[in-house]
Design a protein around this ligand. Structure first.
Ligand SMILES: Cc1ncc(COP(=O)(O)O)c(C=O)c1O
Length: 401
């Protein structure tokens, strides 16, 4: 897909100045802990390399990805910053990961063995210094990570491996966005217990420890340790409703302006037709129009990440500065929007799926609540065939209808 999407009147605007602002605000909140910008999944749908660069400019000290291939993309994009791979790479990906200077996370004996082999192959511990790796311990998320018992064995073996440098020990939270839950405190205690066991076993301390995602960084100061790994807040969304008031307090404490949503999702209306009340539109002819209206066709559909559930969920699109409800089922490439007759809507008008127009706004959180999900899923599911356009304080170029 060409970045400018010349043939498609639909696009995502990614405001890189908002990434910089959000990174600066999060770094200030977390300080003296440093900020790791989580740019996995194409920077949560916002585009890996430009966002990574802006996050580093704004105050992040390093980056994190889920996959070695995502780290490769950063290196191919000319980014030399430290990159942590949050999942243990497959054994056959370890060579590439280490050769590119990515920092793999380890939590299995097989993973550690593969990292040792790959590091030896690169001359680490011999002709060059040992290569950094980190160990992830599972304190209750129960997705990946070494159990506390296994972590002791793993760290013992790692500490004895001359080709590897035991850079970090970390964990991940399950419910840090639930500010009233005790479980995050429990995870911090379990993490502390693992650290104490490692110390009691005479094992060396890692050079750093970390635990917090965005919600941890904002709402759980005791979890900030040496580094916070922020994703969703970097993109301008609160990690969950309970975090909203704490975020406001933390921003005020450090004198930072509110986080700014980075992404707006827009298109040009391709067609407008007038239909009477009672007419049923689109696949399934699911619901009659409640009044005579102008129906605007917007060239985005479920293949672009507009879930079919958005119609049943009462979803709307902004056209002419008004909220206009979907007029029928979402189709693969197009959706239909019911605009009032008085709106005078025409082909070429701008339609906003996420973002602001006039005084109205539709947020990713609104989409999430209509679809019974989280803003993370909304933004990461915006399809790659939607061209990304990068704003940097300048207005976007016009797109021909
Ligand atoms: C291990 C790990 N750390 C940090 C993050 C960032 O989380 P958030 O987007 O809630 O800040 C993620 C995201 O899922 C993650 O998997």
């Amino acid at each position: 897909m060409p970045a400018e999407g010349v043939h498609r009147p639909a696009w995502l605007e990614v405001d890189l100045s908002a990434v910089r602002h959000n990174a600066g605000a999060l770094a200030a909140i977390a300080g003296p802990a440093r900020l790791c910008a989580v740019v996995k999944a194409d920077a949560y749908g916002h585009s890996t390399v430009p966002v990574a660069r802006a996050a580093m400019e704004g105050g992040a000290s390093e980056l994190a990805v889920a996959l070695v291939d995502e780290g490769v993309e950063l290196r191919d994009g000319g980014i030399g910053a430290p990159v942590l791979v949050l999942s243990e790479p497959a054994c056959d990906a370890m060579d590439d990961a280490l050769a590119l200077g990515l920092v793999p996370t380890l939590y299995t004996r097989d993973g550690l063995e593969a990292a040792r082999r790959a590091a030896r192959g690169l001359g680490a511990g011999d002709s060059r210094p040992p290569l950094p790796v980190e160990v992830k311990v599972d304190t209750g998320m129960h997705r990946v990570g070494a159990s506390p018992d296994d972590a002791v064995e793993l760290v013992a073996e790692l500490a004895a491996a001359p080709e590897l440098d035991y850079q970090g020990l970390w964990t991940h939270f399950a419910v840090a966005d639930e500010v009233s839950s005790d479980f995050t405190g429990e995870q911090v205690s379990r993490f502390e217990a693992v650290r104490a066991r490692l110390k009691a076993a005479g094992l060396p301390e890692p050079r750093r420890v970390h635990a917090a995602n965005s919600a941890g960084a904002i709402a759980w100061p005791s979890s900030r340790y040496d580094l916070v790994r922020c994703g969703i807040a970097l993109y301008g969304y609160p990690p969950g409703p309970e975090v909203v008031p704490v975020l406001a307090e933390e921003l005020a404490r450090v004198g930072a302006a509110p986080l700014r949503p980075v992404l707006s999702w827009k298109a040009k209306v391709t067609l407008v037709k007038e239909y009477p009340a009672g007419e049923r539109l689109s696949y399934g002819r699911l619901a009659p129009l409640s009044e005579r209206c102008l129906v605007a066709t917007v060239p985005l559909g479920y293949a672009d990440g507009v879930s079919r559930g958005y119609f049943a969920g009462g979803g709307a699109v902004l056209v002419g500065g008004r909220r206009c409800p979907l007029a029928g089922q979402v189709t693969m490439d197009q959706l239909l929007v019911a605009c009032p007759l008085t709106s005078g809507g025409r082909a070429g008008d701008e339609a906003v799926l996420i973002g602001s127009q006039g005084g109205e706004q539709i947020t990713a959180e609104e989409w999430a609540s209509r679809l019974g999900t989280v803003s993370y899923e909304i933004v990461t599911r915006i399809g790659l065939r939607v061209p990304r356009r990068f704003l940097d304080g300048t207005p976007p170029a016009e797109v021909a209808p």
